[in-house]
Design a protein around this ligand. Structure first.
Ligand SMILES: [Fe+2]
Length: 434
């Protein structure tokens, strides 16, 4: 490629692969679910949602649309926020109990990820854990063709409708891990931004920071040319590094976050801002789903592993819980301070997309300029003040770093190499920002 960031490296990859679903975006598109299911040959649908959405208007719209298209359906709604392997395996049992020829999921990332992973378990007649990489699982390959899946997101953050991954908590280890396969990509994404009209400000904020960090992480990820080339083109990993496609989608997603995050959080009536954030979330999904994330997401796993008595206001959960976007953003400014020296131009450009004040700044200031702009956005949207804002202190640093260091491929996708001590230093820097 012409761009210097993607300059060829000895033994490095020379190609990259892009996969995205067929995407439909716009207000009212949930009512297209039936026709879209019909176009995929579905006659009997497994409809995944959660208890909070079950009796609401989005699920009602999808049910009506399926019925109008002459499509039968049954509903699985026993899905918790941050689903675990037990929840996924229940979903697999549900699929096995019917004669389904398609899946429609209506919900946030938890619902969409559960639908993806449940179908994998059903098609392989297997529990979930063996599919995770060793030593967590057995690295069991995903080989069976899943049911066609139409994913309808109701939040503007995870981008799961556009990715081939699912994030699931393993109950025995109390930690989240990722499973991924090109076969897990939904066939279609039906993205109706009116689903975000009534979301509370803190949900728009945490999901918005998830989208922002997805975009920032793929824009600043190690170039795909720096990863080793693969012998089997079908085995090219999804975490393949920054590439011209992920740049394109991430750039636009960053511009959207820079302009609309504050507005969308602080004014529920600002439909333009919330629509844009929904589009930005899907774009960021299309970006990181084809590049991988890096340190902020890797470090978020240590936070959700070790949270104890923290339950964030506004979420209907009984167990300790830090929203995913919050767990990512509390360390992100410290992560980018660390990574900037390895790719200062990229960090500076990203800061510019986020509308940072760059007056008089040189490339040596890139990490500081970028983290300063992120902290400004965090303060404008009432985010916690770093790790201390979600109840952690200096005694938690070592265990968190020891937990997160297991996310090896994501950490290696960062532009700068790091070791356990670096992770501890980043967590320390992230204790508070103001
Ligand atoms: Fe995320």
């Amino acid at each position: 490629m012409a761009c210097q960031y993607f300059a060829p490296c000895e033994h490095g990859a020379t190609s990259f692969t892009i996969a995205i679903p067929k995407v439909t975006f716009g207000r009212g598109t949930l009512s297209e679910a039936g026709a879209r299911a019909q176009s995929l040959g579905m006659t009997d649908v497994a409809l995944f949602t959660d208890a909070g959405l079950l009796d609401g208007e989005y699920v009602a719209t999808v049910k009506q649309s399926l019925t109008a298209a002459g499509i039968a359906f049954q509903i699985f709604s026993d899905i918790r926020i941050e689903p675990d392997d037990f929840c996924v395996e229940q979903g697999a049992k549900f699929i096995r109990s019917g004669r389904f020829d398609g899946i429609v999921s209506v919900g946030g990332g938890s619902v969409i990820d559960t639908a993806k992973a449940a179908d994998v378990c059903d098609k392989h007649d297997s529990p979930l854990r063996p599919f995770f990489a060793k030593p967590i699982g057995e690295g069991k390959p995903i080989t069976e063709t899943p049911l066609p899946h139409i994913a309808c997101p109701t939040t503007s953050g995870t981008g799961s409708e556009c990715t081939s991954i699912a994030v699931v908590r393993i109950r025995d280890l109390d930690t989240k891990f990722v499973i991924a396969s090109p076969l897990m990509l939904p066939a279609q994404a039906v993205i109706d931004p009116s689903c975000c009209d009534t979301l509370p400000a803190n949900v728009i904020a945490s999901t918005g920071f998830d989208l922002l960090s997805h975009a920032l992480e793929c824009y600043t990820a190690k170039a795909f040319t720096q990863w080793a080339g693969v012998d089997n083109p079908n085995a090219r990993p999804l975490i393949q590094g920054a590439n011209p496609w992920s740049d394109l989608a991430a750039t636009k997603a960053l511009q959207i976050a820079g302009e609309y995050l504050d507005r969308g959080v602080n004014d529920a009536s600002d439909q333009e801002a919330r629509d844009q954030l929904m589009w930005g979330a899907s774009l960021a999904g299309m970006a990181f789903g084809n590049s991988g994330t890096h340190m902020p997401h890797a470090l978020s796993y240590g936070i959700t592993h070790l949270m104890r008595d923290i339950t964030t206001e506004g979420y209907n959960v009984e167990t300790p819980f830090v929203p995913h976007g919050v767990s990512v953003i509390v360390t992100a400014p410290a992560c980018f301070r660390f990574t900037a020296e390895a790719a200062p131009e990229r960090h500076m450009e990203a800061a510019g997309f986020l509308l940072a004040d760059q007056q008089g700044a040189g490339l040596d200031d890139a990490g500081e300029i970028l983290s300063k702009r992120m902290i400004e956005l965090m303060r404008q949207t009432n985010m916690p003040n770093g790790l201390s804002g979600v109840g952690f202190n200096e005694h938690d640093i070592k265990p968190m770093a020891a937990s997160s260091v297991r996310q090896a491929r994501a950490i290696a996708n960062a532009p700068r190499e790091s070791n356990l001590v670096d992770l501890e230093n980043i967590y320390t820097d992230a204790l508070n920002y103001w």
